[in-house]
Design a protein around this ligand. Sequence first.
Ligand code: ZN
Length: 107
Amino acid sequence: MTNEHSSNETSPESLELTDNDSVLEIVWEDSHKSRHRLDVLRAACPCAMCQGHSPSQSLNLKPEQFPGVKLSDLAPVGRYAYHIVWSDGHDTGIYTLKMLREMENSA
Ligand SMILES: [Zn+2]
């Protein structure tokens, strides 16, 4: 463990699934709390397959397309992101801390 910080962004203090495993709740080091519905997070998947390389290629995913989607796995990627594997088998999404922090609470 070191105290080295590569950026000024706050890190998650804790992550947990709440509301019957349908909401990812993140408490940040500065006590800010983010609550993201999993279907909303899934629809916001930032990977190239979902978002394309330009807006015209985006699949325009909507939360309604992912009823009951669950987290199969969540693993840190360095200090800046989480790799999320979804119960529908989609596993190419890398969610940056910045994105998770800046997304509006959906739950
Ligand atoms: Zn994706």
